[in-house]
Design a protein around this ligand. Structure first.
Ligand code: MG
Length: 457
């Protein structure tokens, strides 16, 4: 069956691979699925955001859904508002960290988490079969703009940290929201905590003139410079819809997401002994080391934020992480939330009273190498079967693709991408050369298998 939803909602380039008629049909399918309910609608800064949001709104109303339009908002603020407010579901128009030409549609369930795969399937079948339920003229849904959600959301985040202790520290924090909606929440949080706030790439601009919407170690130079120039205690960078956070220490050095996650996990387990942490299999061993050292329980999942959220709900786990800068803190809401992550790091910085660089230096250090091998979608399953039969030695985990652990603590993961015709290959080791060698070895193995399968086909 054809798919509409990818790993995180529906993604497309409007006018290229997805037309406005398709957007309307998505709105009709979602409205038909939910029935005469109340939807909270929001969007990030992307240039096509208003067009897509208004089309989705029209379609929803024609199926009887009443639309409450929050306008520009972060994904986690919208998710929190759906959960805590008087709404039945939510729709966020965003392509998250994807390049500027992309946009997308995320559907949020009444619990604030993106809808599970089973519900996506129903919406997909309504979409592809065109079985839309239109209501009569006197049952058409209403439309209302709604304000003040961001302020309520920031107040909710603040409940989970020691406000007075952080206020006393008078920290200086630089923020890089990628010219998108993260500027609406994180600076407000920081000001509420008596921080001195500096921003870069902070005017709202859907062309993303400052940097790519995905915060990476190689595109945060402006933020690092700002941290150093201002003598700031830390910096934080968000992606296009504000659910990821990548942190920069006071020396201007950016740290990848699983290092900040390891720090948050360490602090959480010290305060909550025996706690359960949920993380995708691609997570750094540094997190597992920390969990073992502090006596917690680590549950690995397939890659994908919805899976992390849903696993947390199922297990009643309070903390989930993703290597890309995703922190899921269930006492607030079990979804990836860049502003909540910032609040947790501020709390740690205050409680431990040490510079962020020193806190990062105390964590186990590993080197990671990431690469990919092209692989036709229809061969992905056969490739995995062949790969698993070929692997000798090492402990093998098959939660998502094949992850092989070695006795020196290094590992290599080969995983079929859910969105692209490729196999992703990750490796991690204490030595960069070892990680590189593991990746090369796995890539060679995958290429052999793929070419022999292709020659047979
Ligand atoms: Mg995002």
């Amino acid at each position: 069956m054809k798919r509409l939803f990818g790993t995180n909602g529906i993604r497309f380039v409007l006018g290229r691979d997805f037309m406005l008629e398709d957007v309307l049909k998505v709105g009709l399918a979602i409205g038909t699925f939910f029935g005469k309910r109340r939807c909270l609608l929001g969007r990030d800064v992307r240039l096509t955001g208003e067009t897509i949001a208004s089309s989705v709104a029209s379609a929803l109303m024609s199926t009887g859904v009443s639309v409450y339009d929050a306008g520009l908002i972060t994904t986690p603020a919208l998710q929190y508002s759906v959960k805590s407010g008087d709404f039945d579901f939510g729709i966020m128009i965003t392509a998250s960290h994807n390049p500027p030409e992309f946009n997308g549609i995320k559907v949020i369930d009444s619990d604030g988490v993106e809808i599970p795969r089973e519900k996506e399937k129903v919406i997909e079948s309504i979409f592809f079969e065109g079985k839309f339920r239109y209501v009569s003229w006197n049952e058409v849904g209403s439309y209302m703009r709604i304000q003040g959600l961001v302020e309520d959301y920031v107040r909710a985040v603040l409940k989970h940290v020691n406000i007075s202790a952080i206020m006393e520290r008078k920290l200086t924090v630089a923020v890089d929201p990628a010219n998108s909606v993260g500027v609406l929440t994180t600076p407000l949080l920081l000001k509420s905590l008596n921080c001195r706030v500096l921003t870069v790439n902070a005017h709202l601009d859907g062309t993303f003139p400052g940097r790519d919407p995905e915060p990476r170690l190689d595109n945060l130079g402006t933020l690092s410079d700002a941290v150093i120039a201002a003598g700031a205690d830390m910096g934080v960078a968000h992606d296009g819809d504000g659910d990821r956070a990548i942190f920069v220490d006071e020396k201007g050095r950016a740290h990848w997401g699983d290092r900040s996650a390891a720090l948050i996990v360490m602090d959480y387990l010290e305060r909550n002994p025996g706690g359960t942490i949920v993380a995708p299999v691609s997570t750094s061993k540094a997190v597992e080391d920390v969990v073992n050292k502090y006596g917690g329980k680590l549950v690995y999942t397939k890659v994908g934020s919805i899976i992390v959220s849903r696993t947390m709900l199922k297990l009643g786990a309070e903390l989930g992480i993703e290597e890309n800068g995703g922190i899921f803190y269930a006492p607030h809401i079990p979804v990836r939330d860049g502003t909540m992550a910032t609040a947790l790091i501020l709390d740690i910085l205050t409680r431990r009273n040490e510079p962020l660089s020193k806190l990062f230096a105390s964590l186990p250090k590993y080197y990671q190498v990431k690469d990919k091998v092209p692989c036709p979608n229809e061969l992905k399953e056969a490739v995995l079967r062949a790969l698993l039969s070929e692997i000798k030695g090492g402990r093998v985990e098959t939660i998502d693709g094949a992850k092989v652990w070695f006795s020196d603590g290094s590992w290599v993961l080969a995983r079929p991408s859910g969105t692209e015709p490729i196999y992703r290959v990750f490796a991690e080791a204490k030595e960069p050369r070892r990680a590189q060698a593991l990746v090369e070895e796995m890539k060679a193995k995958l290429r052999d298998i793929i070419s022999s399968l292709m020659s047979r086909a």
